[in-house]
Write a protein that binds this ligand. Structure first.
Ligand SMILES: [Zn+2]
Length: 162
């Protein structure tokens, strides 16, 4: 995680996280908080992963839960990282979202219920689904360089000013 101490962040602990909103606000970087807890959406084509083709695993940036692997990522052209399948059935939760005059299905982290994005039924085989996810709520680890968890890009990102 970034500067602030996040007591629930773990890539191995699968127990559900239930933390008060004010606590989340303290431990998450502002940008992550806005997406995860306030259901914000980053601008299309601005996130760090929408066009990434690197091999590795995507984790929840709020709690560390493994969400997607790069093998299920595809080029959707929508401007957000898109996947056709989560790592497991319990990786994510689904909630009807009828805001903004649309009928959509919200995707939340299965461990901490962070807002991740939405799922649509216009994806490729084998699932036909498109999980359209905000880059901000994803932490990525390269398959071949997992030990370099906090590489240069990540260090630079944490220094960004709001
Ligand atoms: Zn999470």
């Amino acid at each position: 995680m970034e500067d602030k101490k996040n007591p629930v962040y773990s890539r191995t602990d699968t127990s559900k996280v239930n933390m008060a909103e004010e606590e989340w606000k303290k431990v998450l970087p502002q940008k992550v908080y806005e997406i995860a807890r306030e259901k914000g959406t980053e601008w299309a084509f601005t996130g760090k992963y929408w066009n990434s083709t690197e091999k590795g695993t995507y984790y929840c940036a709020a709690c560390g839960n493994p969400l997607f692997v790069s093998d299920t990522k595809f080029e959707s052209g929508c401007g957000w990282p898109s996947f056709y399948q989560p790592i497991s059935k319990t990786s994510v939760l689904y909630t009807p979202d009828n805001t903004h005059g649309m009928q959509r299905t919200e995707v939340q982290c299965g461990r901490c219920k962070a807002h991740l994005g939405h799922v649509f039924d216009d994806g490729p085989p084998p699932t036909g689904l498109r999980y359209c996810i905000n880059s901000v709520i994803l932490d990525f680890d390269k398959a071949q360089a997992a030990e370099k968890k906090f590489d240069k890009d990540k260090g630079a990102a944490t220094k960004e000013k709001e």
